[in-house]
Design a protein around this ligand. Structure first.
Ligand SMILES: [Zn+2]
Ligand SMILES: [Zn+2]
Length: 264
């Protein structure tokens, strides 16, 4: 690979065991089948750069919604030697409550967001409870405050964040869902975030039921596959299999290296 290659970490910070397939597929085969969901943030490191993807849910939102931290996002990052306070770049894949809390733990960061996600989160779609319920108003207000502080860099479509790290507008799941493509030693990796919650969503073309535009979500699967070197190079946003398929960081079973080849 001609471009620089990065280490990429998936960090699980929460989990929810009491979840069923009916909540994870638009067209479930078996509504009641148990299908737990994990919550992640991701870290990209190499060549003196550190880029974080997503910020996790805030402790308050977790309490309100019945989820608890296994590790705070700050502690998870510290476990791999990253001080959240000094991170320069944070990609917000989208503004859903479980991806865009905790702005304050990154006081030195520029936040990277798609134009269409900000418009979605602050415009007429939020008049509808079905879309609003996946947002925390304080997170969206946090985004606005960071815009006014000059700390948001907006993107419209595809852009390069660093050599070998690009942002890609996918949409579908939210107004401006974006995914991150990263050059690694094993090839082009795509941190899909909620462009596909589980490998099963993209592999069976059966979308997650929280969706703004089903057609765009399905087209998004095609884009993810075109960007990634193989199906195993697409890292889903919430799949417990991620921790099983990739090698853990020594002493940290909730943190895996997705830039390394799968172990199972
Ligand atoms: Zn989401
Ligand atoms: Zn999510």
């Amino acid at each position: 690979m001609s471009t620089r290659s990065y280490e990429v970490f998936a960090l699980r910070y929460a989990t929810l065991a009491a979840r069923t397939a009916g909540e994870n597929f638009l067209f479930p085969d078996d509504h009641g089948a148990p299908m737990p969901i994990d919550y992640f943030l991701w870290a990209i490191r190499g060549g003196g750069r550190t880029i974080i993807v997503d910020t996790g849910f805030s402790p308050d939102a977790g309490v309100r919604r019945g989820r608890q931290f296994l590790h705070s996002p700050e502690a998870a990052l510290k476990a791999i030697g990253i001080d959240a306070a000094s991170v320069p770049d944070v990609v917000i894949s989208h503004l859903h409550w479980d991806h865009a809390g905790n702005w304050e733990i990154f006081p030195g960061a520029t936040f990277h967001l798609q134009d269409s996600e900000m418009a979605y989160a602050t415009g007429r779609c939020m008049c509808h409870n079905v879309f609003r319920r996946a947002m925390e108003v304080e997170d969206v207000v946090g985004a606005v405050r960071n815009v006014f502080a000059g700390r948001v860099r907006f993107h419209d479509g595809t852009s390069e964040l660093a050599p070998g790290v690009t942002l890609h507008l996918i949409g579908g799941h939210s107004g401006g869902q974006q995914s991150v493509r990263v050059a690694t030693a094993r090839g082009w990796l795509v941190l899909a975030s909620d462009a596909t919650h589980f490998w099963a969503n993209i592999r069976t073309r059966n979308p997650f039921p929280l969706v703004v535009d089903v057609a765009r979500m399905l087209e998004g699967y095609r884009i993810l596959e075109a960007l990634a070197d193989s199906p195993d190079h697409i890292i889903p946003g919430h799949d417990p299999l991620v921790l099983k398929r990739f090698p853990a960081v020594a002493g940290h079973p909730d943190i895996v290296r997705v830039d390394l080849p799968p172990v199972a």
